[in-house]
Design a protein around this ligand. Structure first.
Ligand code: NDP
Length: 307
């Protein structure tokens, strides 16, 4: 049977449309949920991510504001901006786009966001609530992964979920959410011996590594569900040729754009092994943004959203 594609783009549109009622009833009371994004430096990828979040706000009826700082801005200026946003009653959600430039103490900056407006879910209070299984803001990517698995009716309770990657923003919170849904969870990282063998045990395999096309066919148990979180921009033609194994069609697409976005899962292998999988682009990325919208509307309603 051909592998089923879990289409993040259309699910994200559904999730955002489902916010319409709440946004309309707030609008009827003269309230528009507002998201403030803080961007420091000129990282082109960060700029694209922030722009997409601002566009998603507009498309969902939310107010957005962008606070930009140059690469050499002092941490104090950014902290002052966060203090002002914390106090601003028109702002219901605040996000600090990561990574921050060298020299910034990312922990200190993230902790300066009020937990009541922490729609990215990166504050220690939000992560603590997640560990305890209490309501709170859940980071967008893990919440989006759960939403995709539920939408695709993938059984979670009793499944063996293997997560490659142990970051605080993706790997660990995804593990906690799956554990809450009664999966048996294994978290892998760069020191895990015989990673392909561990991954082959997975009913649900989540790749959150940051290494283009690393998860090849020999990591995937036939019939598994594969969630690809990775977003790796490839701008070397040689690298693209290696990943696409010389496919003329894929290389022609690369030549037209001059780069290609590749996940952590091998794009040519996954369809032949998995029962269901998320594509890159158009998989986890759009859900991450949609769940940020859910958290921002939930923040205004004083009911922090969990997925
Ligand atoms: P981090 O760099 O914080 O974490 C990467 C993890 O992968 C680490 O735990 C690291 O292990 C592990 N790892 C690295 N190399 C290997 C290896 N060879 N074998 C096994 N494990 C390895 O990344 P993030 O979690 O922030 O992001 C992961 C990917 O997801 C990136 O491509 C990022 O761009 C993407 N992303 C996508 C989002 C979306 O919306 N789609 C949102 C957020 C991230 P160790 O801890 O031992 O170093």
């Amino acid at each position: 049977m051909p592998a089923r594609l879990i289409d993040g783009k259309s699910l994200a549109a559904l999730v955002r449309a489902s916010l319409g009622g709440a946004v309309a009833s707030l609008a009827a009371r003269g309230v528009r949920p507002g998201l403030a994004a803080v961007l420091v430096g000129d990282d082109p990828a960060s700029r694209v991510y922030v722009r997409n979040k601002v566009l998603a706000c507009e498309g969902t009826g939310l107010r957005s504001e962008l606070h930009e700082f140059p690469e050499d801005a002092s941490e104090g200026r950014v902290l002052d901006c966060l203090a002002a946003l914390n106090a601003d009653s028109r702002v219901h959600g605040i996000l600090v786009q990561l990574p921050l430039p060298k020299g910034f103490d990312a922990e200190r900056v993230l902790e300066a966001v009020s937990p009541a407006k922490d729609v990215d879910g990166f504050h220690a209070a939000s992560l603590g609530a997640l560990v305890r299984g209490r309501p709170g803001f859940v980071p967008g990517t893990p919440a989006g992964i759960l939403r995709m698995l539920e939408h695709a009716a993938v059984p979670i309770a009793g499944a063996h979920a293997v997560i490659v990657g142990r970051s605080t923003i993706v790997g660990k919170p995804t593990a906690l959410l799956l554990l809450q849904r009664d999966a048996t969870v294994t978290i892998c990282h760069s020191k895990t011996p015989d990673l392909p063998a561990v991954c082959r045990e997975a009913d649900i395999l989540v790749a959150a590594i940051g290494r283009a096309a690393m998860i090849t066919a020999d990591y995937i148990r036939p019939g598994a569900t594969v969630i690809d979180v990775g977003m790796n921009r490839i701008d070397s033609r040689d690298e693209a040729a290696r990943i696409y194994r010389g496919s003329a069609e894929k290389l022609a697409a690369f030549d037209r754009k001059g780069s290609v976005l590749v996940g952590d899962v091998h794009p040519l292998d996954v369809g032949g092994r998995a029962a269901a999988y998320t594509p890159v682009p158009g998989g986890v990325g759009p859900l991450t943004i949609a769940m940020l919208m859910v958290n921002t509307v939930g923040s205004r309603e004083r009911r922090p959203a969990v997925c």
